[in-house]
Design a protein around this ligand. Structure first.
Ligand SMILES: Cc1cc2nc3c(=O)[nH]c(=O)nc-3n(C[C@H](O)[C@H](O)[C@H](O)COP(=O)(O)OP(=O)(O)OC[C@H]3O[C@@H](n4cnc5c(N)ncnc54)[C@H](O)[C@@H]3O)c2cc1C
Length: 235
């Protein structure tokens, strides 16, 4: 755990927003990113656990999920669907019971399979100020308090990925979901955050950061192959 300078636990959104308006304070959800080390810091955390942001409702195939819902809960609730599968694969079970939906959007990790799956599921992000925006325009999150997300949770889907072992975090993963007559595609591992592939996205124009798991050229080449496989499978 980092050596945080202060801890606050608001009980309503107004109090939470008021606390977060002071510079140097950040939202604390599951804490798997925030509490990942023991470096000294000046950070004060605003714990979201008493804000009642843990509801899940599904109506006409569209899910509304509170920001504090844990990935383990998502994996069970949406078992058999793309979102359940991506939640299950995102983290080992001990971390899944801590990590939250809001934290996944807030952390916006480039390898996040769940974030990639949400991008392919027409996800909208709702904020404490009452506004909402498509996830495609909300990454990286502009330090606004997320209260819930909604996304399509039905329809044909597919994940194709490459990793060092089948259980390892994918180096590159392509995700597709058919919504109506349209195929929604998103991909991880080829930019600083997962990318939604619109009709006009040119995969070859992306500039991934290479690392020990795969060079930039390798990532781009694999990405094109994985996307072709999904297009063929869900044609
Ligand atoms: C060992 C380990 C392995 C990991 N492996 C992976 C992996 O394979 N793939 C992956 O994607 N991630 C991985 N992570 C990162 C992390 O587990 C996920 O990103 C997780 O979903 C973060 O959720 P959290 O609730 O724990 O977030 P927290 O740590 O609480 O917060 C993360 C960030 O999001 C912000 N935030 C949290 N909630 C909100 C909200 N409601 N509104 C606005 N901002 C908010 C916080 O202020 C912080 O900046 C790993 C972490 C660890 C420790």
């Amino acid at each position: 755990m980092p050596l945080i300078a202060g801890y606050h636990r608001p009980t309503d959104l107004t109090e939470a927003l008021d606390l977060l308006s002071t510079p140097g304070r950040i939202a604390l959800a599951g804490g798997t990113v925030i509490n990942a080390d023991r470096e000294p810091s000046d950070l004060e955390v605003v714990d979201l656990q008493s804000l009642n942001l843990d509801d899940i409702t599904v109506e006409n195939g569209v899910a509304q999920v509170g920001a504090m819902v844990r990935l383990d809960n998502l994996a069970h609730t949406f078992s058999g669907d793309l979102i359940g599968e991506a939640s299950q694969r995102e983290l080992p079970s001990t971390l899944r019971t801590l990590a939250t939906v809001g934290g996944t959007v807030g952390a916006a990790m480039r390898d996040s399979l769940l974030l990639t799956a949400m991008l392919a599921s027409a996800c909208n992000v709702h904020y404490a100020d009452g506004e909402s925006a498509p996830l495609t325009s909300a990454i990286p999150s502009a330090n606004r308090l997320i209260t819930r997300v909604d996304f399509v949770a039905h329809g044909e889907w597919s994940i194709h990925s490459t990793a060092r072992t089948p259980k390892d975090t994918p180096i590159v993963a392509a995700v597709g979901r058919r919504i109506g007559d349209r195929l929604h595609l998103a991909i991880s591992g080829v930019a600083d955050t997962p990318v939604f592939l619109s009709d006009t996205t040119d995969l070859t124009s992306l500039e991934p950061r290479g690392d020990f798991r795969g060079s930039a050229e390798y990532r781009l080449d694999v990405a094109q192959t994985l996307v072709r496989r999904i297009e063929k499978e869900l044609a």
